[in-house]
Write a protein that binds this ligand. Structure first.
Ligand SMILES: Cc1ncc(COP(=O)(O)O)c(C=O)c1O
Length: 395
């Protein structure tokens, strides 16, 4: 038998039977040349679409010039990326730390906040997902991920997402930090109740707690604003991003307020690959594309169109319990396990994501065209009918 990836890998990922060979924009082709509409978006990484020409050009130019440049020396590509990040950063988040993934950007945020606040206690949310390294895992809610790896960080309290009075009750002398995804991604695109995000900000300001926004999934235009916090005119003290910022080149960015950044001493945090020239050239081209193609507005327009169509599907298909989300961060909640729906999607040329057992999560590239959305909806309509037939649900 010819070995496939699974013969070598540790069995850690839920895998789909698709061998992806190439991709462009919001379209993927497998090794047999079959075409798929990509509502997975590489788990939200392909923000500006796959294989963007300007990103490829920038990386290629950079690779022919310089591929390795540690943070201990200076580099013009890095300066350019820093300036572009600074130009889109929320107000006052003027300092930047580079890393290589979402979880690492969270690790940095937790260390900066602990040092600044001089307190180990952190409040995180039910359903919050922040990654799987030890620090990030400590503030990730799902016990399925945490239970085999104790002891984790001490002093973490979890409170219900959306419930301000529980947050207030949990604050005591030990707490220095609150960490929040403005919209919870991994848990199934859970929207905050009206006024919640702003109220969390106000409480953190009043109680002098550092507020960290994890915008790893929500950031960079995904929700129809550059940052999800802007949907509620709210900015954090520290903000983490990763996923699409360098269009697939592994990158984490932690934005930090100057007063917090100042508490860190030389050598107290670092990473060998941080701010490498390839990342920086890809990151600059990504930001340029988001701005040049006005992808933030596009995400809002296309997302509104997508959601309207999903709501129509809900009216037609009793199997759908809920439709939610904003911009190009959308979810369909089913009454049943969605595995067969996802597999039917693959058979019919549509890639979608799990969010737990019953929630279909959609994180398409922001460049997806409305015609592709319409085609995706047609496929969903067909495969939802198939599922209803299988489960004997009448519509
Ligand atoms: C909100 C959020 N935080 C953190 C992470 C972890 O990022 P990474 O997988 O790059 O470590 C993710 C990944 O999905 C995420 O969605």
């Amino acid at each position: 038998m010819i070995p496939n990836e699974d013969s070598f890998l540790i069995n850690l990922y839920q895998r789909f039977p698709v061998t992806v060979e190439r991709a462009q924009g919001a379209t993927i082709w497998d090794a047999d040349g079959k075409e798929y509409i990509d509502c997975m978006g590489g788990y939200g990484v392909a923000i500006i679409g796959h294989c963007n020409k300007d990103v490829i050009k920038a990386i290629t130019l950079q690779m022919n010039k310089l591929m390795v440049c540690h943070m201990s020396t200076y580099n013009d590509s890095r300066l350019q990326f820093l300036s572009k990040l600074n130009s889109i950063a929320p107000e006052n988040l003027s300092r930047i730390f580079f890393s290589n993934s979402g979880a690492e950007s969270i690790e940095a945020a937790l260390k900066f906040s602990r040092k600044f606040s001089q307190k180990g206690g952190i409040i995180s949310m039910y359903g919050g997902y922040h990654g799987k390294t030890f620090g990030a895992l400590s503030v990730t809610y799902n016990s399925k991920y945490r239970k085999s790896f104790n002891p984790l960080l001490e002093g973490i309290k979890f409170v219900p997402f959306g419930d301000i009075s529980s947050l207030i009750d949990a604050i005591d002398e030990s707490i220095g930090t609150v960490i929040l995804e403005p919209i919870q991604g991994e848990s199934g695109i859970i929207m905050p109740p009206d006024g919640y995000v702003k109220a969390v900000r106000e409480i953190c300001t009043e109680k002098k707690l550092v507020l960290i926004f994890d915008e790893i999934q929500t950031g960079l235009g995904r929700t129809g604003k550059m940052w999800a916090g802007q949907n509620w005119t709210t900015a954090p003290d520290i903000m983490c991003i990763a996923k699409g910022i360098a269009s697939g080149i592994p990158t984490g960015v932690t934005f930090v307020k100057d007063e917090i950044a100042k508490c860190m001493n030389l050598g107290e945090h670092s990473s060998t690959f941080a701010g490498n020239p390839i990342t920086c050239s890809a990151g600059s081209a990504t930001i340029d594309t988001i701005i040049k193609e006005d992808l933030v507005t596009k995400a809002s327009d296309t997302g509104t169109y997508f959601k309207k169509n999903l709501i129509e599907l809900k009216e037609k298909h009793p199997i759908i319990r809920d439709v939610r989300g904003m911009g190009m961060m959308l979810a369909l909640e089913s009454r049943f396990d969605i595995r067969d729906i996802l597999m039917d999607g693959i058979r019919n040329g549509l890639l979608m994501l799990y969010s737990g057992r019953t929630i279909i999560r959609l994180l398409p590239p922001l460049v997806m065209k409305k015609e592709q959305v319409s085609r995706a909806i047609e496929i969903m309509d067909k495969i939802l009918s198939l599922e209803e037939k299988r489960r004997n649900v009448k519509n």
